[in-house]
Design a protein around this ligand. Structure first.
Ligand SMILES: Cc1ncc(COP(=O)(O)O)c(C=O)c1O
Length: 394
C-alpha cells in the first residue's frame, strides 16, 4: 500500500473486480449502508489459517455479528469467541456446537455463566477472584484461562489495556485457585490491543505467559495446555502496518523462542483483520459549509456519523480511507455526521483532504469498514435507524 498522499486509491484496498461488484450493488441502494463482500472474508480466513497453521481460530463475533458472516466462518471450520448470552444465542441458533465456543468476556454475571454452562459451553476466560468463584459454582469442572494485562496501548490504534487482564502474580494465584475449586486450569490469554501496529507487543506478552507456565509447573505441578493470543491483527486503514504474513512469521518466531520444546494449543481470536477489509460504508454528502467567508476549510456533513457506525473515529483513533469519484483539487475538510450532537464529528484535527468540487448528494465510500461499524450503530439517535448492512457475493 502506498503512503497516504491525500488521494484514496481504491486499488490499494480492494481487488478491482471486488470493488466493481460492491459499487454495482451500492448504486442500487439509498445511503447510508455497509456492503460486505463475503468472498473477501473467505480469502482472509484462508490466509489466516495458512499463516498460522498450528492455531485454532475463534472469530470475535463482536467485530460483525451478521448471520451470513457467522455462517460462512462456521462452514469453514472456525470457532467463536463470544462476549454475551445474546451472541451465544445467535451463534448457536446458526448451528454452531458449544464445543466451538469460548466465553471470552471477563465481565459477566453469575447468571450468564450458568446460562453458558447449561448450553454446553466449557471454556471460560477470567481475570478476577470473584469471577473465578462464580465460574466454579455455576460451571463446575469448566476449563478456565486467565487473561493477563498487556502493554501495547501506545502502538495500538484501538487499545484494550487496563480494563481487561490481571498482573502475572494474580494470574498464577487464580490458576492455582482454579484447580483447588475443581476447575481445569487450562491456559493464559492476552490481547495486545486492536489494530496493533507493533509486532513486538506479542513478544512482550508471550514472555509473561512463559513465566506463568513455568511458575505453575514448578511451584504447583500444574501443566497448562493453551495460549490464547487474542486479536489485534491489522486491517488496511490510512496508517500503514505490516502485512499479516509478517505478523505471522514474527509471532511464530517468538513462540518458538519461548516454547522451544513444543507449542501448547494456540488460539487466535481475530475480529478486525478478518472482516474490516471486506466492507465499504457508503454515505452521501448532506451539506458543505464554511464558518465564515474567509474560513480556510470546509465542514463536510455526511449522512453517516459517529452514532451511525463510525464510533471508532473517537479521538480520531481509526482513520478510514475515504474515496470519492470527484477528483478536483484537494483541500482539508472537517468531516462530521448528521445528528444534532457536537460530538458527532469524525475528523477535525486531521483535516481530511477532499476535492473542492465535492458537493451535496455526492457519495463518499468509507473503505475497510466491515468491522466494528454496524454492531456499534445507535438504534434511534435523532431518529436515524441503525446502519443498514448487505452481505453480497456468496
Ligand atoms: C476478548 C477479545 N478477543 C478478540 C477481540 C478481537 O480483536 P481484534 O478485532 O483486534 O482482532 C476482542 C476485541 O475487542 C476481544 O475483546
Amino acid at each position: 500500500m502506498n503512503q497516504f498522499n491525500g488521494v484514496t486509491d481504491v486499488t490499494d484496498y480492494y481487488q478491482a473486480e471486488t470493488f466493481a461488484r460492491i459499487k454495482a450493488f451500492a448504486d442500487t441502494r439509498e445511503t447510508p449502508f455497509v456492503v460486505i463482500d463475503l468472498p473477501t472474508i473467505g480469502r482472509a480466513y484462508d490466509d489466516l489459517v495458512a499463516s498460522f497453521d498450528y492455531a485454532d481460530i475463534y472469530y470475535a463475533v463482536k467485530a460483525n455479528p451478521a448471520p451470513a458472516i457467522i455462517s460462512l466462518l462456521r462452514d469453514r471450520g472456525a470457532n467463536f469467541d463470544i462476549a454475551s448470552r445474546y451472541e451465544l444465542d445467535k451463534v448457536m441458533g446458526l448451528g454452531v456446537d458449544a464445543e466451538r465456543i469460548s466465553y471470552g468476556n471477563t465481565i459477566k454475571k453469575a447468571a450468564d455463566i450458568r446460562y453458558f454452562h447449561e448450553r454446553g459451553v466449557r471454556l471460560f476466560a477470567t481475570d478476577s477472584e470473584d469471577d473465578l468463584v462464580n465460574i466454579a459454582r455455576e460451571a463446575p469442572g469448566a476449563q478456565v484461562y486467565v487473561r493477563v494485562l498487556t502493554d501495547g496501548s501506545q502502538t495500538a490504534d484501538w487499545p484494550l489495556s487496563r480494563k481487561f487482564g490481571c498482573e502475572t502474580e494474580m494470574a498464577v494465584e487464580l490458576l492455582t485457585h482454579a484447580q483447588a475449586l475443581g476447575l481445569e486450569p487450562y491456559g493464559v490469554s492476552f490481547h495486545v490491543g486492536s489494530q496493533q501496529r507493533e509486532i513486538g507487543s506479542w513478544d512482550a506478552a508471550l514472555a509473561k505467559v512463559k513465566v506463568i507456565f513455568e511458575r505453575l509447573q514448578q511451584e504447583q505441578g500444574i501443566v497448562l495446555k493453551m495460549i490464547n493470543m487474542g486479536g489485534g491483527f491489522p486491517a488496511n486503514y490510512i496508517s500503514r502496518t505490516n502485512d499479516l504474513a509478517t505478523y505471522a512469521e514474527e509471532i511464530t518466531r517468538f513462540l518458538q523462542e519461548d516454547f522451544a520444546e513444543g507449542f501448547p494449543r494456540i488460539i487466535l481470536e481475530p475480529g478486525r483483520s478478518l472482516i474490516a477489509n471486506a466492507g465499504v460504508l457508503v454515505s452521501e454528502v448532506v451539506l458543505i459549509s464554511r464558518k465564515s467567508r474567509t474560513a480556510l476549510h470546509r465542514w463536510v456533513f455526511t449522512d453517516v456519523g459517529k452514532f451511525g457506525g463510525l464510533i471508532e473515529t473517537l479521538d480520531e483513533s481509526i482513520k478510514y480511507p475515504v474515496y470519492t469519484e470527484k477528483s478536483g483539487e484537494l483541500e482539508g475538510a472537517v468531516l462530521a455526521g448528521p445528528t444534532c450532537d457536537s460530538a458527532d464529528i469524525m475528523y477535525e484535527n486531521f483535516k481530511y483532504p477532499l476535492p473542492l468540487d465535492l458537493s451535496a448528494g455526492d457519495r463518499l465510500y468509507w473503505l475497510s469498514t466491515g468491522a466494528y461499524t454496524t454492531s456499534y450503530s445507535a438504534v434511534e439517535f435523532n431518529g436515524f435507524p441503525p446502519l443498514a448492512e448487505y452481505c453480497i457475493g456468496e
